[in-house]
Design a protein around this ligand. Structure first.
Ligand code: NOJ
Ligand code: MG
Length: 531
């Protein structure tokens, strides 16, 4: 019998290294800081950690501009610190995933320094260089995801290079076999060191159309959404050749894994569901988990969510394992989007759906978007298109550990201000509060781990009306029902004979299934086996 891979029943915890725990007083989180907090994560009940990039970087995009794929940025520590963190994580039964950034390097990476040095440099073709258009302008109309042209002119060599993000993040040319080989070696380097897998940055971006045609204009473009939406990214993303590359990555990960100890690949892909599914590979040879971000933007209506869950489950390819995400370092915090009460319901949803959930650091405390005064803005996304609310600093504020100075995050001045309310919304204050968001997460994670029906069981939507979203999870005859009231009014429910075992609301649990969910209530019930 084959063993179920660990990552299917696992809960992933996403750490933004800049903001988790500082150990040396420079105001920036670091690897020793993370290591010192591992017991917190064990106690919380997660299984695996994904670290946003920790590699040497000029930090034009806070680490997503890598200048050396096989090192550690001194802000975060050393390779020895990394080995120590990895060993400590493994000693506690935690897996550790790194962030692989294949679409682009930093413009300070030695490869790009060489590439831009002259047209006949052997590394010229490692990046995407094109002649100017006939009028001297850019080769086409592609737009950077951070606004402005996706092309920068290099006067010295008379060509443009492409960058899907900042000009400090030149796009690597994955059509060049040398690039492919060098980047795949990066995966081998870290896998050999013992990492348990990777989250792969903007996987759907890494191959561009070979002929660089203009992207179609978006006739409904709303400038308030950012300039990137002025065109549809038809030719600059999601090209068929990407799947071959994903399969190469997968083969490497598989070669390093053993049964029961697989290395996992999670692709960052923002695409509609049908196209997303292709990243599993036609025969399961793609990434293990193409990130499913639908919950982040989902309209908070029970009927819409029910349809979304049904459609996603139905679209999964044979053998494809689902996954769900509620927040990350690029998107507004769940508690800010939905309010404190519904954020609790959302947490119950995330941790009881079928599939691997990813929890963003601080969401377990109910952290909200921070307020960043103009003179403390750091994110290039905000600096380039200010005032549209696209900046990501608010969701990257330091983790509040207690009510001491700087919330126990640092002895120095934190790189971003602490989020409002940290004096009471912090780990120490929430740990012993039976009604806190942290306690809710701990309880949910514990329940999930001890209940196979929740961790890996089948899912079946239960017919419901209005604001109620309900589903059953089942494994080996054990049945769990989840009933969520997405509204602020009492909502009638019709549930089979079942016994409540956890509510998002305070107070003692009643013995039998209620006929009404209270406002903002999420409830988990156990269907007792027939005598
Ligand atoms: C996606 C990452 O999540 C984001 O933070 C980053 O800015 C871009 N990719 C570019 O690497
Ligand atoms: Mg530090």
């Amino acid at each position: 019998m084959s063993v179920r891979p660990w990552w299917q029943s696992a809960v992933l915890y996403h750490i933004y290294p800049w903001s988790f725990q500082d150990s040396d007083g420079d105001g920036i989180g670091d690897l020793r800081g993370i290591e010192a907090r591992l017991d917190y994560l064990v106690d919380l009940g997660i299984d695996a950690i994904w670290l946003s990039p920790i590699f040497p970087s000029p930090m034009a995009d806070f680490g997503y501009d890598v200048a050396d794929y096989c090192g550690i940025d001194p802000r975060f520590g050393t390779l020895a610190d990394f080995d120590s963190l990895l060993a400590s994580a493994h000693a506690r039964g935690l897996k550790l995933l790194l962030d692989f950034v294949p679409n682009h390097s930093s413009d300070q990476h030695p490869w790009f320094v060489e590439s831009r040095s002259s047209r006949d440099n052997p590394k010229r073709d490692w990046y995407i260089w094109r002649d100017p258009a006939a009028d001297g302008g850019p080769p086409n109309n592609w737009i950077s995801d951070f606004g402005g042209l996706a092309w920068t002119y290099d006067a010295a060599s008379g060509q443009y290079y492409s960058h899907a993000f900042l000009k400090e993040q030149p796009d690597l040319n994955w059509r060049n076999p040398e690039v492919r080989a060098a980047m795949l070696d990066v995966l081998r380097f870290w896998l050999a060191r013992g990492v348990d897998g990777f989250r792969i940055d903007v996987l759907w971006h890494i191959v561009k159309h070979a002929d660089f045609p203009d992207n179609p204009l978006n006739p409904d473009w709303d400038p308030a959404t950012g300039e990137m939406h002025r065109v549809f990214q038809l030719h600059s993303t999601d090209q068929p050749e990407v799947h071959d590359i994903a399969a190469d990555m997968r083969a490497i990960a598989d070669a390093f894994g053993r049964e029961g100890d697989q290395r996992v690949l999670i692709g960052e892909i923002y695409l509609p569901v049908e196209r997303l599914m292709r990243y599993y590979g036609l025969a399961g040879e793609g990434v293990h988990l193409p990130f499913n971000f639908q919950l982040i933007d989902a309209p908070w209506h029970a009927r819409e969510l029910a349809r979304m869950i049904t459609d996603y489950e139905a679209a999964l390819p044979e053998g494809g394992w689902p996954n769900w995400v509620l927040g990350n370092h690029d998107r507004p915090r769940s508690a800010t989007k939905r309010g404190a009460a519904q954020a609790r319901v959302a947490a119950m949803l995330l941790l009881t759906l079928r599939g691997t959930p990813t929890l963003y650091y601080g969401d377990e405390l109910g952290m909200e978007n921070g307020v960043i005064p103009p003179d403390r803005v750091r994110d290039p996304r905000e600096l380039r298109e200010p005032g549209l609310g696209l900046g990501r600093d608010p969701v990257r504020t330091p983790m509040p550990w207690d009510d001491s100075a700087q919330a126990g995050f640092t002895q120095g001045e934190p790189w971003l201000p602490l989020g409002d309310g940290w004096q009471t919304r912090n780990v120490a204050a929430e740990r012993d509060d039976p009604h806190s968001m942290l306690t809710l997460h701990r309880t949910l994670l514990n329940l999930r781990r001890s209940t196979p029906a929740l961790a890996t069981g089948k899912i079946r939507l239960i017919e419901a009306e209005g604001d109620v979203l309900a589903y059953e999870r089942e494994q080996d005859g054990d049945r769990i029902i989840v009933a969520l009231n997405l509204g602020a009014r009492p909502a009638p429910v019709d549930l089979p004979m079942a016994r409540p075992i956890l509510s998002t609301l305070p107070g003692p649990l009643i013995e039998t299934a209620p006929s009404i969910l209270r406002p903002d209530e999420g409830l988990i019930l156990k269907v007792d086996a027939k005598p």
